[in-house]
Design a protein around this ligand. Structure first.
Ligand SMILES: Nc1ncnc2c1ncn2[C@@H]1O[C@H](COP(=O)(O)OP(=O)(O)OP(=O)(O)O)[C@@H](O)[C@H]1O
Length: 584
């Protein structure tokens, strides 16, 4: 999902600061506590020098010992508190990123979702945001506190013996040059590892979304191989990142050991010539030893930043996908609201620039109230009409008006609240039957619910289910039959009291009794609401007030069943064949 805009994206550190800004005070407190920990540690070598001095001059060491113990205890307790504050803040940063990302993903334009893999988007919310935790604490704070402690330590070393400091810095600079080569490799490998996790998420989503088909097709083994390949790819890249991270850590560790030995040798020589005393050498060596922690912190910060910035880049990519404007949920139409009138005028539309046109200039009018059926061969563009009304996509040219006003001028939430939409495959979400029915109208009262359950003939099902409306329906409603799912979807749409009902009829047949009952329900609804049906059954078509015949992205005829059977050969053929029933 790399986009051309990525090159123009702001630098990662700026993005990271944007996530961190709301928590800056907590972060500052954590950083100050970390610095205090460092400062208490920095005083220890000086106290040690004092102690050795006292010993060599036969002075009492009780004071120095007490000071040392106090510093050690302060170091540990302030360190623990600082660590807690930082980790808590890092979790808050992750929470903020997850909130922002999940809100954004719910607003994504359908066209953007068409171009992405939902599993990959899920990985961005779950796994990539987790990596922000480390980048906040280890990286941002580590770089700040580690860097400051490093500078303070270097200053103390310069104060103790500038010559030995020169020796130490030369070794550190050499190590720094090597690190400059290693660090970009960590970034690249981390990015690829996270991309592979995304691929794995996408594969999982693909399989779990069609597990029955996968099993029925005997495709488990092939799918297993694909999953394993993605997992192994992530492993390979993570191992590569681990290799470079380990190399970076070891380079820092090795540099410190070399510095320690060099300081010991050069310092020993300086003690021998009387340039410095033993206490100074011991204090300096303690500082070299002490230097290890901030250096490792800084190196860790830089390596963690590489992993985190790779994750951050993936998060930002998702946040740059086209989305709908954020809006408060709109109120549902009031009871008895007027039905809506609809018109398409010369609408041209294609799903993407590299795809052929689906609508080549679609024009039709639907007055308020009554039922309009859309018929035509598969792929004629009937469902696309509904998608354009809902503004899941916008046409390239032409006009779509609802109540005489272009749908583009409607506030999106208001437009959608006026419409009830039943998709062809009638999706049912996991949760209870009640949750599903109330999805679009959470405020509907029990009376309305009971009425709708009755009109959609779900009452028999509710009575049969162990917990009635509160029975869980399983992932994607797998515990319901196809016909039941369809009726749930219709009930859900009706509960919204839509001014325009879009019904994409399932191609599968309902049983005769339920089909007749639903037909009556839809006919009933059409008396007070504008109903548009993509019809696959002759029984539906014959009761429509008007039929729009579509073919290859154009409207070729509009009329009643009787008119069209005689006037339009395609309709006559469809009526005779596809609808599988005899004309009245
Ligand atoms: N999201 C999409 N992205 C790209 N092309 C799409 C998309 N949805 C549909 N199409 C294409 O647009 C054309 C019209 O699809 P549409 O679903 O509107 O047809 P339909 O008349 O409703 O067909 P059916 O009766 O089979 O449901 C088809 O060729 C289809 O492949």
């Amino acid at each position: 999902m790399r986009t051309a805009q990525q090159d123009a994206a702001p630098p990662t550190w700026r993005l990271l600061l944007a996530y961190v800004r709301p928590h800056r005070w907590a972060l500052l407190i954590g950083a100050v506590l970390s610095l205090l920990t460092g400062a208490t540690g920095l005083l220890l070598p000086l106290v040690a020098r004092e102690l050795i001095d006292d010993l060599s001059h036969d002075r009492t060491i009780t004071g120095a010992l007490l000071l040392m113990s106090g510093l050690v205890v302060a170091n540990a307790s302030v360190g623990a508190l600082g660590s807690y504050v930082l980790r808590r803040t890092a979790e808050s940063v992750v929470l903020g990123a997850r909130r922002a990302l999940s809100s954004y993903l719910l607003r994504l334009r359908i066209a953007a979702v068409d171009r992405t893999e939902p599993g990959d988007l899920m990985a961005r919310i779950t796994s990539d945001t987790t990596l922000l935790r480390e980048v906040t604490t280890d990286s941002l704070v580590g770089l700040g506190t580690g860097g400051l402690t490093l500078l303070a330590t270097v200053a103390m070393m310069g104060f103790v013996d500038p010559v030995l400091l020169g020796v130490t810095l030369a070794v550190i600079l050499a190590a720094g040059t090597i690190l400059g080569v290693i660090v970009p490799r960590i970034n690249k490998a981390s990015r690829q590892a996270q991309d592979a996790v995304g691929v794995m998420g996408a594969s999982l989503e693909r399989i779990l979304g069609a597990l029955r088909t996968v099993k029925a097709s005997g495709a488990e083994h092939r799918e297993e191989i694909r999953l394993h390949e993605a997992a192994e790819d992530s492993w390979r890249q993570s191992v590569r990142a681990a290799k470079w991270t380990a190399a970076a850590g070891n380079t820092a560790g090795l540099a410190m050991q070399i510095a320690f030995i060099t300081v010991l040798a050069v310092g020993g020589a300086r003690v021998a010539t009387g340039a410095v005393d033993v206490g100074t050498l011991v204090a300096f060596l303690l500082y070299v030893f002490y230097l290890m922690s901030p250096i490792q912190q800084v190196v860790g910060a830089i390596t963690q930043y590489q992993t985190g910035s790779a994750a951050l880049a993936r998060i930002q990519e998702a946040l740059r996908l086209p989305a709908e404007p954020a809006a408060e949920p709109a109120p549902l139409p009031s009871p008895g609201a007027e039905p809506a009138a609809l018109a398409f005028t010369d609408v041209r539309f294609r799903y993407a620039e590299d795809l052929p046109y689906v609508h080549h200039g679609v024009t039709f009018e639907v007055p308020a109230r009554g039922m309009t059926a859309f018929v035509g061969p598969s792929g004629a563009g009937k469902t696309t009409v509904f998608s354009l009304i809902e503004r899941f996509y916008d046409p390239e040219s032409g006009a779509i008006t609802l109540d005489g006003r272009s749908v583009e001028d409607w506030e999106l939430s208001l437009l959608r609240s006026a419409i009830g939409y039943v998709e062809q495959d009638a999706p049912v979400l996991s949760g209870s039957l009640r949750d599903n029915l109330l999805l679009g109208s959470p405020e509907a009262d029990d009376d309305a619910l009971t009425r709708v359950v009755k009109t959609t003939r779900l009452d028999g099902l509710v009575a049969r289910l162990p917990k009635g409306l509160d029975t869980l329906v399983g992932h994607r409603g797998t515990k319901l039959s196809g016909g039941e799912r369809q009726r749930v979807a219709i009930a859900r749409a009706l509960l919204r009291r839509p001014r325009l009902l879009l019904l994409d009829e399932a191609t599968s047949q309902l049983d005769a009794v339920n089909e007749a009952a639903l037909r009556d329900t839809v006919a009933d609804v059409a008396r007070t609401t504008t109903v548009l049906v993509v019809a696959h059954r002759l029984s539906t078509v014959t009761m429509a007030d008007r039929i729009v015949v579509m073919d290859a992205g154009r409207v070729r005829a509009v009329g009643t069943h009787r008119e069209l059977v005689g006037a339009d050969p395609l309709y006559a053929e469809l009526a005779a064949t596809q609808f599988l029933a005899t004309a009245e």
